[in-house]
Design a protein around this ligand. Sequence first.
Ligand code: SAH
Length: 500
Amino acid sequence: MLRSPAAALLRRLAPRLTGCSGGAGSSTRQSLPPYISSSSSFLARFSSTPTSPPPPSSVGARDDEAEDDKLQGSSSDSGARLSISVDRAGLYSPPEHSHEPSSDSDLVKHLKSIIKFRSGPISIAEYMEEVLTNPQSGYYMNRDVFGESGDFITSPEVSQMFGELIGVWAMCLWEQMGKPEKVNLIELGPGRGTLLADLLRGSAKFVNFTKALNINLVECSPTLQKVQYNTLKCEDESVGDEKRTVSKLCGAPVYWHASLVQVPSGFPTIIVAHEFFDALPIHQFQKGSRGWCEKMVDLAGDSSFRFVLSPQPTASLIFLSKRCQWASAEELEKVEQIEVCPKAMEITEQIADRISSDGGGALIIDYGKNGIVSDSLQAIRKHKFVHILDDPGSADLSAYVDFAAIKHSAMEASDDISVHGPMTQSQLLGSLGINFRVEALMQNCDEKQAESLRTGYWRLVGDGEAPFWEGPDDQTPIGMGSRYLAMAIVNKKQGSPVPF
Ligand code: SAH
């Protein structure tokens, strides 16, 4: 059973969001993932014979006048939520890497010049940072990388239910905070802005909540900032001499920032970070006869990139020793390689500081482990794994999130916060009411849309390959339910956040 007055709130919110007076599946059940709830009437439909997946353009087109329980298509790529694409948690079983030669793009030239100028290799963290966020030619900076036409798919792009249920979480926290009249809603790394758009549409009925919002997006990519502007239906307004941007989805002002520290503090805060931490640069260390060495990126004789081990200890070993202090001797004994993400530690400290001074909480959802991550860095291009050093800047780089390190970083930063989880995405969304939501959406859809709801539902909370799938094998929906984890950091004043 859920504890606290927030549990009662959650029971009220999910049905109101969905427009149902109740559902066969319990939205507040914590231990069972919703898809194994045999009492759910949704499951009866879930196991009915599915049709082949619909063509992307035929389903889910957004209708701005849509009622709450209608399906929404994604704003910038209406087919994306229905496509069968690689999510980034597939790192546990990397297929064959391709070894195409690197073209000498501007980014490649830039990376080579750094290595030549230094007369030595650069860390994987520096390589990753340049590849992803170099202002001129970083992977994220000049393009929309998501969905079927991009490189990988994320949960908000899979189904509108994801953002809507994160909205339920945010409203519960807002209520636990005492319904403050002003709240900073901050999203770190919003991608296309789809999560936030669904959150705002889903919570539109709760006017006191939406009216309190100041929306702050932390986004390094100018291209994605424009996409977010459009997804949130933003307009520029003049109030006297002052200019501001407002989202027409809820009337709230929207601000963009390059980093969390730039978001003005002083208001209670709700932070959401979905698939943000996995994009932060990691260092890799390897145990050898000389002790722990750092894995670096160097140039081979033919001027191609290659991995080398640092000949002597690097300055970054300080982060390794910090990470090792949080690990048990048994955990350390088992690993030959360790990934450490100092940037994740730093941003977590900033989150903890802000939440302890301003009140509120943060929800971090990502793929990862509740312990030391050994060797997870991977590159994905057009839904296929490629070599990490292959044509840098043309593929996404990401690594498992070390949730134990996040927890320790937060707890060391402040005594006024508490850390909860991680729990699986399936437990999170199940407890927040995904069964209610899917049942409500099922009331208002045709067979093709029902099919896309079934696959979206499976991808969000299922585990492994969808058993009901009868389409092509290579398009079988793979569940993210247990591979993605959720962790909350909240000000202790709020008590335990729902549903942790
Ligand atoms: N949350 C979105 C997108 C995840 S991809 C979703 O789930 O669909 C990572 C996002 O973080 C992108 O928007 C990328 O541009 C942004 N990002 C990556 N590194 C960043 C950094 N150091 N600072 C700010 N934004 C960053």
